[in-house]
Design a protein around this ligand. Sequence first.
Ligand code: KG4
Ligand code: ZN
Length: 337
Amino acid sequence: MYILGIETSCDETGVAIYHSTKGLIQHTLYSQIAMHNEYGGIVPELASRDHIRKLIPLIEECLQLSGLNKNDIQGIAYTAGPGLVGALLVGAAASKSLAWTWGIPALGVHHMEGHLLAPMLEENKPGFPFVALLISGGHTLLVEVQGIGEYQLLGESLDDAAGEAFDKAAKLLGLAYPGGPLLSKLAEKGVADRFKFPRPMTDRPGLDFSFSGLKTFTMNTFNKTEKTEQDKADVALAFQQATAETLAIKCKRALKQTGIKRLVVAGGVSANTKIRQNLEAMTKKERAELYFPRPEFCTDNGAMIAYAGCQRLMAGQVESLEINARPRWPINELILL
Ligand code: KG4
Ligand code: ZN
């Protein structure tokens, strides 16, 4: 069965077509980053309006590129939350309207379920169970995944998400939005071990994270320097090192606690090379397997939503015609399959 996937939870309009046995057929994406860039962050109202402009043309493009037509589509999966309410409503309203006119079901998908199942789009996919580390601009979660739809939240960020911390630290260093990749690039020129940053919440048991202290530490450290280019790079490196080590320590703990020897990492921040290297070293030592989706499926995309929705539609999940968005939607409130 061909499923159309629609992602509009934040600043990317993503559309994809996934087939239950043939796999991913096609995906298209439009990023709004350039538009939000001049405001130094995402402007929710502009995001909603841009999704309205781009969504239908992207669906048409995706259908055309795949050589399919609307009669081939047997279900629509859209991101119902969490995310920006206006942006989510664009995807939900478009999906429900199309599904109604095409006479097929539409189903709301949890954005983070999409992220944690993204590695299933790859040829070399992880088996179950696995521990998933989801690190994006809005979320930092550690989840035990026993199967599709069987998720146990192990830990989450108590304040800033990992990507948010990267973006805020980058802003303090005068970098543009979104600063994560720029901070990472700057850190390449940094001198190691000049500054020693804390590894938050690693000195006590538990799997929760806290990154807001690192941001304050970044500000205080940077303010004590002369703010030269080298100072910036050294602070960026120390921040990145602290974040990467903290994430690796928590993942090691999660693997130990669950007895699972398989780690899946997804979300925009997993594009970070240093974080990848630290997790590679840790899993090698622990003799655990490590999986990353390809970079374009680490960040927001329609393919992961089409995949997750396809699994749920095949399992018989249905919803009413009502147009719903859940800007806040804890992952442990997901309906089990
Ligand atoms: O998953 P994603 O595309 O969107 C959300 O759902 O939030 O993640 C975006 C986040 C941003 O905070 C961005 O700065 C961060 O991922 N990011 C990075 C890197 N690439 C993207 N952070 C650190 N290093 C990177 N290379
Ligand atoms: Zn995301």
